[in-house]
Write a protein that binds this ligand. Structure first.
Ligand SMILES: Cc1cc2nc3c(=O)[nH]c(=O)nc-3n(C[C@H](O)[C@H](O)[C@H](O)COP(=O)(O)OP(=O)(O)OC[C@H]3O[C@@H](n4cnc5c(N)ncnc54)[C@H](O)[C@@H]3O)c2cc1C
Ligand SMILES: *[C@@H]1O[C@H](CO)[C@@H](O)[C@H](O)[C@H]1NC(C)=O
Ligand SMILES: *[C@@H]1O[C@H](CO)[C@@H](O)[C@H](O)[C@H]1NC(C)=O
Ligand SMILES: *[C@@H]1O[C@H](CO)[C@@H](O)[C@H](O)[C@H]1NC(C)=O
Ligand SMILES: *[C@@H]1O[C@H](CO)[C@@H](O)[C@H](O)[C@H]1NC(C)=O
Length: 602
């Protein structure tokens, strides 16, 4: 390595590691203060598990539009405003604010990663994954969502929910900073005959992001945290008796409690954790629960139907000149000043500066998305991104480290509607054991084909005049492991995508919404089939992937859940249980004990 790269490595290494140290100090500082000072009740109307994108929307609306009592139980910590500096987002990946999940070894994909496992970051912090994400806001194709709800709600009603969240809970702005790459890509798209778009359609646009004055903004940022959220509160399972969910077991700072829910338990723990909690509670496929001797309350396809937006193409486009966004630039004091004073400058970058929707089949329905980033992973010289993606060292040395003298940019082609499906399942009963996650990436050949078509489109972009003006060319180093194939042939690209398989972190579908318990977990009112007072409302209920980044659709869905299931009907009770257990609130504790034969503990 040349001395320049060693110097850059050294500076970045110090930067990354000081931040990691700071993260630990904040986390443990807040943990100890929560042990001494957090208080909570034995019983609430609603318990929300998880304060992520969905949980926070529901909590915000419960707090501002109803008089119900509720608590949000969040396994992660609070975090601090410094983490909301957009450019620092990736540094939370792999940190103590990440669940640090990974796939089981993949047969057909992730071959360039250590032990063939792709990393799957998920936020473990107030705000959930939206505190780790790229903040890109798109509604996607709203017509598609009508199908999720089996046409129970029209497109207008769904759009009203988007509007509500966008106007009342989120803050959105156009990107506040861009490299010359963003404009060049838009010009390249125009040269190739694409339109510029505002919302979902075939075409390209610069990113619209969930930020307030350049600072990361999540659905949790409107919540009164001290009043409604209990942090470091790890929910182990839901307690169900006579097919009625009535309480949760929760570890709060490692002590066990049972908290009761009078009207309902709402699971919003995300696509990997919600199915795990359900399975531990006895709701899941027989073949998963039986070997673990878990008493089966409902045999439902919990954990199946896992889908994710799969991508490829890191550092595929190289430039001879440097673009303005690079890690060294971020440490410039002027940019730090610009961020804190004006909410502008490179520190506001979401990473992805532009997006586009394309179709590989030639018709008008996009089946591919581009996410355009002015940096590659070699830019940090191997100090962070290599580890957070779990890239194999041999492959790093022989491929990515070879481009240190170039500037890399990334145009990720993403399969919008993948056909490969996987599953999430527990293989032990310990609540702290992570679930096994097998997304089965690229098990369907059509997904491979769409990605290869996507790479060909990326190359087409690299050959346009606006890109050529920046000195763009395609990385021509043979990808390690694919040497036997003629470079840039279809066989080569197949080998490449099976090695460099990337998730765009959009898992959905593990507690799918639908009309019957044979192939879904919740009905169109978000109720778990066969269990009263138990709801799931997070990314796991999405039966199919949206056409685009999914955060906005999840927030919409959570808002719709509140509007249709909590606000209008008030309860998820059946008449039978309200007859048996009808009582005034102050007697509820006592009667619940009698009715459900369960000790209320604190
Ligand atoms: C790195 C990354 C980048 C992304 N980029 C984008 C983007 O640019 N645009 C976009 O639209 N989407 C993006 N996404 C996707 C989007 O952010 C997520 O899909 C969305 O935040 C998921 O919302 P959720 O409410 O389902 O789950 P989450 O937001 O993950 O929330 C789940 C919450 O539940 C908590 N929890 C889990 N288990 C328990 C338990 N047992 N007890 C208590 N609490 C628990 C978790 O700690 C977490 O806070 C990205 C995601 C990631 C990870
Ligand atoms: C909440 O309670 C207050 C005071 O009792 C009442 O005025 C208000 O209408 C209630 N709001 C809702 C949404 O029920
Ligand atoms: C990394 O890749 C090399 C070469 O393909 C392989 O021999 C090695 O086992 C891999 N290491 C890991 C940890 O997967
Ligand atoms: C949006 O989805 C609907 C319903 O699935 C479909 O008919 C329509 O073609 C899609 N629109 C675009 C632009 O892809
Ligand atoms: C459970 O799965 C993990 C991998 O996800 C594996 O390492 C472990 O050995 C499995 N445990 C059992 C008891 O099968």
């Amino acid at each position: 390595m040349s001395p320049v790269y060693i110097f850059q490595f050294f500076i970045l290494f110090i930067g990354v590691n000081s931040f990691t140290l700071l993260i630990y100090m904040i986390y443990y500082g807040q943990l100890f203060s929560s042990i001494c000072c957090d208080t909570f009740e034995k019983q609430y109307d609603y318990i929300i598990v998880g304060s992520g994108t969905a949980g926070s929307v529901i909590a915000h609306r419960l707090a501002t539009e109803t008089n119900y009592t509720f608590i949000v139980l969040e396994a992660g910590g609070k975090g601090i405003p410094l983490f909301d500096i957009p450019v620092l987002g990736p540094l939370l990946h792999g940190s103590i604010y990440d669940w640090r999940f990974e796939t089981v070894p993949q047969e057909n994909a992730c071959l360039a990663m250590n032990n063939k496992k792709c990393r799957l970051p998920q936020g473990k912090i107030i705000g959930g994954s939206s505190k780790l994400n790229n903040m890109i806001h798109v509604r996607g194709n709203t017509s598609q969502y009508v199908d999720w709800f089996q046409a129970k709600y029209g497109k207008d009603f769904i759009e009203q929910q988007f509007q509500f969240v966008e106007d009342n809970i989120l803050h959105l702005n156009e990107i506040k900073y861009e490299s010359e790459f963003a404009s060049a890509i838009i010009e390249a798209a125009i040269e190739l005959g694409y339109n510029t778009i505002d919302e979902f359609d075939k075409g390209f646009r610069k990113s619209k992001v969930s930020q307030n004055n350049g600072k990361r903004w999540s659905t949790s940022d409107k919540l009164d945290i001290s009043k409604h959220v209990l942090t470091n509160a790890f929910v182990e399972k839901v307690n169900i008796k006579n097919n009625i969910a009535y309480s949760v077991n929760v570890l709060i700072s490692d002590k066990k409690y049972k908290i009761n829910a009078r009207k309902g338990v709402i699971l919003a723990a995300g696509t990997y954790n919600t199915p795990k909690i359900l399975q531990l509670s006895g709701i899941g496929p027989r073949d998963v629960l039986e070997p673990l001797n878990i008493h089966i309350i409902q045999d439902l396809p919990v954990g199946l139907n896992l889908q994710d937006h799969i991508a490829t193409g890191l550092d595929l486009i190289l430039f001879d000149k440097t673009l303005a966004v690079n890690p060294m630039n971020m440490l410039n004091p002027f940019h730090i000043f610009e961020y804190f004073v004006n909410g502008r400058g490179p520190l506001t970058t979401p990473g992805c500066e532009a997006i586009g929707f394309l179709s590989t089949g030639g018709d008008d329905t996009p089946d591919l998305q581009f996410m355009v980033m002015p940096v590659g992973i070699s830019a940090d010289r191997g100090t962070h991104l290599k580890t957070s993606l779990g890239i194999n060292q041999t492959i790093w040395d022989n491929y990515f480290a070879q481009s240190f003298d170039k500037h890399a940019a990334t145009i990720l082609p993403i399969v919008l509607h993948p056909k490969s499906k996987g599953k999430v399942y527990i293989n032990r009963t310990g609540p702290k054991t992570p679930p096994c996650i097998d997304p089965n990436y690229l098990s369907n050949l059509d997904d491979v084909k769409t990605l290869i078509d996507g790479i060909k489109l990326v190359i087409k972009f690299a050959n346009t005049s606006p890109m050529k003006a920046l000195g763009a060319h395609v990385n021509s180093i043979h990808f390690p492991g694919c040497e036997e194939y003629l470079i840039f042939s279809d066989e080569y690209w197949e080998c490449y995508v099976r090695h460099l398989t990337l998730t765009s972190y959009h898992p959905v579908g593990t507690c799918s919404m639908g009309h019957s318990a044979s192939d879904s977990v919740v009905d169109t009112s978000f109720r778990v089939f066969g269990v009263e007072r138990l709801f799931v409302a997070d990314a796991s209920v999405l039966p199919t992937l949206p056409s685009g980044n999914i955060n906005a659709a999840i927030a919409m869905m959570a808002s719709l859940f509140f509007e249709t299931t909590i606000k209008s009907t008030g309860v998820g009770l059946t008449s039978s249980i309200s007859l048996v257990c009808k009582k005034t609130d102050f007697l509820n504790d006592y009667v619940q004990r009698i009715c459900l034969n369960e000790k209320v503990s604190r």
